[in-house]
Design a binder for this molecule. Structure first.
Ligand code: 13P
Ligand code: SF4
Length: 305
């Protein structure tokens, strides 16, 4: 619901957005009020593609740090704002560039594939990047028979069930998706026997094994629009439910777990977006030497999709 206070905030944001020639991008896990004022709402891949093609001078990235960094890697001429500087991704912090360099020395034959949920420094050490939407296609496109996949062991494991190569997994994981347990899905399947089960590839393998579809958040939005889909058990971060319901009011979406909340994704509010546009801060900018190396990994990914 738009309250009087919110309406005032929204008007100020929209007028500053025009004045600063800004575009507001929001990830599918953002708060409903943030999704509602965004120019585009999407998954990591969609948002990075939109950032790359945007004519705007300023990108207000309503998401987490690695997403704003990816926009900065692709758009060095634009000002990229992350309205809450501390919004990070714990999984992205589970591998450092130094640790990765050490592992590369142990596995010199392996192609290094990094999930986009990683720091710019880690991307700079990788051969190619991927998102949950294109991970299988990206790994399939590589000549190398050995793959070092960082940092998400569960996404890595999922790809290894689809692509025949030798994989080395980094022990990272998403704490939010790890909270979704197979017993929750089994219980909901009993309660809603006709529901489809759709899960994110960051889920545990035992959860993925129970799913009808394994999709990125953007893939979930497309799946939910299908005429033959009426009731869905959704195995991902809880914010996803807002967009699914908004776009498909006649359908039923059941969260696999009410506890699957990414606290970092909830840090951005309308007040912080307004402050960010007023002060043009906090800005995310990747140092040029790192950016150029990271751009090659992100660019290779965008060539595949
Ligand atoms: P998507 O690219 O599927 O939106 O996933 C991003 C993410 O952080 C999931 O936790
Ligand atoms: Fe990172 Fe998980 Fe949050 Fe996505 S949901 S941003 S992977 S912690």
């Amino acid at each position: 619901m738009v309250t009087v206070n919110n309406a005032e905030l929204i008007n100020k944001i929209l007028s500053l957005r025009r004045e600063k020639k800004a575009v507001i991008l929001a990830h599918n896990y953002q708060l409903g009020e943030v999704q509602n004022i965004a120019d585009f709402v999407g998954d990591s891949l969609e948002l990075s593609q939109i950032a790359a093609e945007s004519k705007a001078e300023v990108i207000v990235f309503c998401g987490v740090h690695f997403m704003a960094e990816t926009a900065s890697i692709l758009c060095p001429d634009k000002t990229v704002l992350l309205p809450e500087a501390s919004a990070g991704c714990p999984m992205a912090d589970m591998v450092t560039a130094e640790e990765l360099r050490e592992k590369k020395r142990e596995l010199p034959q392996a192609a290094v594939v990094c999930y986009v949920n990683s720091t710019a420094e880690v991307k700079a050490e990788s051969d190619v990047c991927c998102t949950s939407a294109n991970a299988v296609a990206v790994v399939s496109s590589l000549d190398s028979e050995q793959i070092l996949f960082v940092p998400d062991q569960y996404l890595g494991h999922y790809i290894s069930t689809r692509v025949k190569k030798q994989f080395f997994f980094w022990p990272g994981f998403c704490p939010t998706h790890a909270r979704i347990l197979p017993e929750y899905i089994l219980r909901l399947k009993e309660e809603y026997p006709r529901a489809r089960v759709v899960v994110h590839p960051e889920c545990r393998p035992e959860v993925i094994n129970l799913a009808d579809e394994v999709l990125s958040t953007g893939g979930m939005c497309r799946y939910a629009r299908r005429k033959d889909v009426a009731q869905v058990i959704v195995g991902t971060e809880i914010g996803m439910i807002y967009r699914l319901k908004k776009e498909n009011p006649a359908k039923q979406f059941i969260p696999a777990s009410e506890q699957a909340i990414c606290p970092d994704m909830k840090l951005i509010t309308l007040e912080k977006i307004l402050r960010s546009l007023e002060t043009m801060a906090p800005e995310v900018r990747v140092p040029e030497d790192i950016r150029l190396k990271a751009k090659s990994a992100v660019g290779r990914m965008l060539e595949v999709v």
